[in-house]
Design a protein around this ligand. Structure first.
Ligand SMILES: Nc1nc2c(ncn2[C@@H]2O[C@H](COP(=O)(O)OP(=O)(O)OP(=O)(O)O)[C@@H](O)[C@H]2O)c(=O)[nH]1
Ligand SMILES: [Mg+2]
Length: 156
């Protein structure tokens, strides 16, 4: 898989621009732009992210076609403001949550997906490549029976 990089300190938006140009020229099916970690309270880095979006839209006004926000389960409730800020700036279309193998419970994930109407693409449960797995809902579900009592049953 071809990977494009640029020296440290160069403009990430211009790297993204060159990468999209090359992807189009090469007839690539997919271009993945992996931006380095950033905090939503770092205005300069958030502006850098917005610039990446603006610049690639000069080539393809419908880009980026998907924007995944990767959250760390250890962030806890702070994830809420993270999704809010990134949603405004980069039009997030889906979530990934890593480090669910640790002590963090990540219960906030389902609430986030629900509140923002975002799909959960994957969860991270370890450091190996296979540890990025799809999220499966519990195979046990609870529902009221005819008399209104809650019963548990195993989902198909
Ligand atoms: N235990 C565990 N470790 C993880 C998980 N996901 C990532 N890691 C580890 O966390 C560290 C950072 O992972 P990266 O993929 O580099 O994180 P990143 O968000 O891309 O970091 P930046 O690019 O620097 O912003 C690595 O040591 C990973 O192996 C996970 O689900 N569980
Ligand atoms: Mg990274």
């Amino acid at each position: 898989m071809p990977v494009l990089t640029a020296p440290e300190g160069s403009d990430p938006a211009s790297l993204a621009f060159d990468a999209l140009k090359k992807a189009e020229t090469d007839g690539a099916d997919l271009l993945m732009i992996d931006t380095a970690g950033r905090l939503q309270n770092r205005a300069d880095l958030m502006e850098e992210l917005a610039k990446i979006v603006r610049v690639i839209r000069k080539i393809d006004p419908s880009a980026p076609h998907n924007t995944l926000l990767v959250l760390d389960a250890t962030t806890g409730q702070n994830a809420l403001s993270q999704v809010e800020t990134f949603q405004k700036l980069a039009d997030v279309t889906g979530l990934v949550m890593t480090k669910l193998d640790g002590t963090a419970k990540g219960g906030v994930l389902v609430a986030l997906a629900d509140k923002f109407g975002l799909p959960i693409h994957a969860i991270g449960v370890g450091e190996q490549i296979d540890d990025l797995a799809p999220l499966r809902s519990s195979r046990i579900r609870r529902r009221p029976d005819r008399s209104g009592d809650m019963i548990e049953e195993r989902a198909a």
